[in-house]
Every structure is written in C-alpha cells, then in structure tokens.
Design a protein around this ligand. Structure first.
Ligand SMILES: [Zn+2]
Ligand SMILES: [Zn+2]
Length: 116
C-alpha cells in the first residue's frame, strides 16, 4: 500500500508500505481521514524535539475496520471508528488505578510509535 513518510524535516516522500497484519487484540483499519495538528506541523518543520526521522506522521485518525478478530466490544468489519492514539501500558501504577492518561510508559501513534 502507499504511504507518505516524513523522510527528514521539510521532506515528504511517497513510499510503498507492507500491509500490516493485526496482532491479537488489534484491528486493521482503512484510514479515511487524517487530521493535521500543531504536533504534525512542528514535526514536519523539525521543531519537535522527541521526534526521530523517517516517520509517518498523523495521530488523529478515523476509518473503517477491515479486519478484526473476536473482541469483547462487539466491533466488526465495516464499522466506522475514530482512533484514540494513546497506547497505555496497562501495568504501571497509573494504569492499574484507572488513570491511563498518566501512564508512565505512554506511546502515541504517529508520534512515538508508527501507525503502521
Ligand atoms: Zn494532535
Ligand atoms: Zn501504564
């Protein structure tokens, strides 16, 4: 599939990306919309200190579920979804007490972790 990567600050490049295979607990989405926010603009211009390059930008996403396994939420292929890009660890003190937004090992899709 086609992707656009920020190769280095101020340089986008179209690339071919291997189709991701969802692992257990994950779904494969066909992305329909991507928002662009200040984080992306800073990353593109090279002013986001914790970013490394190359990187596929974008963490405000919505789309349609292409593939999903059994899940306790009732999601199924064809469902329209938006994505919360924050991936909490589930094991730190904050996560165990339900404060996942304070996770000590938080990863953000499109920022700290590739969305593909
Ligand atoms: Zn954002
Ligand atoms: Zn955590």
């Amino acid at each position: 599939m086609k992707g656009i990567i920020c190769k280095e600050p101020n340089v986008f490049k179209q690339i071919e990306v291997e189709m991701p295979v969802p692992r257990e607990g994950e779904a494969l989405l066909r992305i329909r919309r991507v928002g662009i926010c200040g984080t992306d603009l800073h990353a593109f211009s090279g002013n986001q200190p914790y970013f490394t390059y190359p990187r596929i930008l974008g963490h405000e996403l919505s789309g349609v579920i292409e593939t999903i396994g059994a899940n306790p939420f009732g999601y199924k292929e064809g469902d329209q979804v938006s994505i919360i890009p924050y991936l909490e660890c589930g094991t730190c003190v904050a996560c165990r007490t339900g404060k996942t937004n304070c996770c000590t090992d938080m990863k953000v899709l499109g920022s700290m972790r590739m969305a593909v």
